[in-house]
Design a protein. Structure first.
Length: 324
């Protein structure tokens, strides 16, 4: 395979704006989540309709209307335009991070799902994230009026498309880290029997809570996303893990975004440098050496400790983690 340089133009690489570093980081994060290699893995692990469906098939079912923020990244084709902004009188405006339509496997070419992906860097907010996500799904259903279904003489509520709002949450509290949870409407028989077939499963909220260390989960989606978004790995380490552990094909789109995100993370971290930073870095290096992602010689180049100090600290870490 030829070595590809990031100088090749592509729709992800050309979208970098000139705003603040945090805004640039957020933009890169959304761009990476919208990449079909990442997106297909998110859908495979969270959307029931895609369970056990090959990743390449899922990728082919994603609509051509995929949008990030306010901007169209792909030409619209076969499907009508989807709003990325939802105006609510008296309540301001809701902007979706990523929104697109999708088809179901082994079905016809009609849209069956409308999906929203949100990148949430701060989990602790003044509001409940799950409640906000439920609101998003409600808006995604109501917005379908006069586009997917109509109310009138020949109305058909059966044409409403099921919606998903999937939240990728970073910096989550320890009690919910490394978890994937679905919230949806279910049937509950209060009295008597209702055994008719009805369609009520129309909205689903998925909360993906990333942990702080990608080496501490055996879930492929969490491991891949934590590898992408951790600030403890450089781009070379991220690319190595994504390729060897999660079977990513590292083309210009992902390669360049990872590099830029790592550079931005380093710049942001340097502005907030504190004395405790080396502790977290060395713990990460211990884990990388333990799983043989790094050799000791590579770890020595990344740490501020001398080789002797590093070996001593590494041996202590192995003992504490019962790996000796």
């Amino acid at each position: 395979m030829k070595n590809k340089k990031y100088s090749t133009p592509n729709h992800l690489a050309n979208s970098l704006d000139n705003s603040s570093q945090n805004a640039q980081y957020d933009k890169h994060a959304k761009e990476i989540l919208a990449n079909k290699q990442v997106l297909s893995r998110i859908l495979s692990a969270t959307v029931a309709e895609y369970k056990d469906v090959p990743l390449d098939v899922i990728s082919s079912l994603i609509g051509d209307d995929l949008e990030i923020g306010k901007h169209y990244l792909e030409p619209l084709a076969k499907v009508r335009e989807l709003n990325t902004e939802s105006t609510i009188p008296g309540e301001g405006r809701v902007t979706y991070d990523i929104k697109f339509s999708a088809k179901l496997p082994n079905k016809d070419d009609t849209i069956s799902l409308i999906i929203n992906i949100e990148a949430q860097r701060k989990f602790n907010t003044p509001y409940d994230i799950v409640t906000r996500a439920v609101f998003y799904t409600c808006r995604m259903i109501s917005e379908q009026l006069e586009t997917e279904f109509s109310i009138g003489k020949n109305h058909s509520y059966d044409d409403i498309k099921k919606v998903y709002s999937i939240w990728i949450c970073m910096n989550t509290p320890e009690d919910i880290a490394n978890s994937i949870t679905e919230f949806k409407m279910t049937k509950n028989s209060i009295y008597g029997t209702f055994n008719r077939e009805v369609r009520y499963d129309l909205q689903s909220v998925i909360i993906v809570c990333l942990g702080k260390n990608p080496l501490q989960t055996d879930n492929d989606l969490l491991g891949a996303l934590e590898t992408i978004f951790t600030e403890d790995f450089d781009s070379a380490t991220k690319k190595k893990r994504l390729k060897e552990n999660f079977n990513f094909e590292l083309d210009n789109e992902i390669d360049g975004r990872l590099m830029d995100m790592c550079n931005l993370s380093q710049n942001i971290a340097e502005r907030n440098l504190n004395k405790g930073i080396d502790i977290g870095v060395n713990k990460t290096l211990f884990m990388l050496v333990d799983e043989k992602t790094y050799t000791l010689e590579q770890a020595y180049q990344k740490t501020s400790l001398s080789p002797e100090e590093f070996n001593k600290a590494y041996a202590e870490w192995l003992k504490n983690n019962k790996k000796s």
